[in-house]
Design a protein around this ligand. Structure first.
Ligand SMILES: C[S@@+](CC[C@H](N)C(=O)[O-])C[C@H]1O[C@@H](n2cnc3c(N)ncnc32)[C@H](O)[C@@H]1O
Length: 291
């Protein structure tokens, strides 16, 4: 494992995030009282780290695995409403203690690995919050879900813990797919069908899925709307994130042209997460609610 690092002014944070958009291994830390940032990108090969130096300068250092785990470990468990608790803890005895201390919550164990989605990023935690709401509304009826750009598998695993039936999860990163399989095993959430698959080339099954989640970047979402529109079953819920606030208008306008709309939009920092579905369903629900 190699780490590329560079210091920069905090005012350039957005620009750096955009430069590395889609790279789950970027870590940005505020330093010097918030005036500067330390950028780090964790790379599996020296060549990958050198390619970044060639473009952006900075330095490279070889990293021990233990150091990597420490570098990205979330500082505390992530709680989502009263329903979920995400922890990097993997030891069964410790997990049992956490469950004992939080009997009402579903515990999800996601150790920091080279895939996005430990729960502490604003996009993941907001997706989880909306998923808890959707699961509550669907309680007592069977529902299926699809997690597009699954990373660690966190959203699909949470859905299974919250009562979904069989789930589909995909990521185009083969390493993420391996991580998801390990996380499914350690969380005892079978019936998640994981695939190495580019969302843009995916052909969803005809029946679609009752809940579709896609925490992808704006540019990917815009291209993926036709596929996502097919994936959402009639009457289905759609939860999307990974949208920079500055790009939300373009993302939602493009969604509307594929018959998708949003009734709940949450901004956390510079990230936007939204819940919606097929415009026809949303309009029918609105009409029914207002007689
Ligand atoms: C922002 S992370 C979200 C991870 C996780 N679902 C979460 O909510 O924390 C986006 C993930 O989507 C994957 N991804 C990006 N573009 C994709 C595409 N075109 N097809 C499939 N996966 C993609 C990335 O590899 C990454 O794992």
């Amino acid at each position: 494992m190699f780490v590329w690092s560079k210091l920069s002014g905090a005012q350039w944070m957005d620009a750096w995030e955009e430069r590395f958009s889609g790279n789950p291994n970027l870590v940005i830390e505020l330093i010097k009282g918030g005036k500067s940032i330390r950028l780090r990108v964790f790379c599996e090969s020296q060549a990958a780290a050198e390619a970044i130096v060639e473009r952006f300068g900075g330095t490279i250092r070889k990293l021990a695995n233990a150091e990597w785990n420490q570098a990205v470990a979330p500082p505390r468990p992530v709680k989502v409403r009263a329903a979920l608790l995400l922890t990097p803890e993997v030891r069964p005895a410790e997990l049992a203690l956490i469950q004992h201390a939080h009997p009402q919550r579903q515990i999800i164990s996601i150790p920091p690995e080279m895939a996005f989605g430990t729960g502490d990023h604003a996009t993941t935690s907001t997706c989880l919050r909306l998923l808890v709401d959707v699961a509550k509304a669907r309680r007592g009826t069977p529902w299926t879900m699809a997690d597009l750009g699954t990373g660690t598998g966190v959203l699909a695993i949470a859905a299974r813990k919250l009562g979904s039936g069989p789930a589909y999860a995909c990521d185009f990163d083969p390493f993420a797919v391996e991580v998801v399989k390990r996380n499914i095993e350690r969380n005892g959430t079978g019936e998640i069908d994981v695939h190495e698959q580019d969302v843009l080339l995916w052909k969803p099954r005809k029946a679609g899925y009752d809940v579709v989640m896609a925490n992808l970047f704006s540019t990917v979402l815009i291209e993926a709307w036709p596929v996502i529109a097919k994936a959402v079953a009639a009457g289905g819920d759609l939860i999307v994130s990974g949208i920079l606030a500055t790009q939300a208008w373009d993302v939602f306008t493009a969604a509307a042209s594929h018959g998708l709309g949003f009734t709940q939009v949450i901004r956390k920092g510079k990230w936007v997460t939204a819940r919606g579905g097929h415009l026809t369903d949303l309009i029918a629900a609105e009409a029914a609610a207002h007689g």
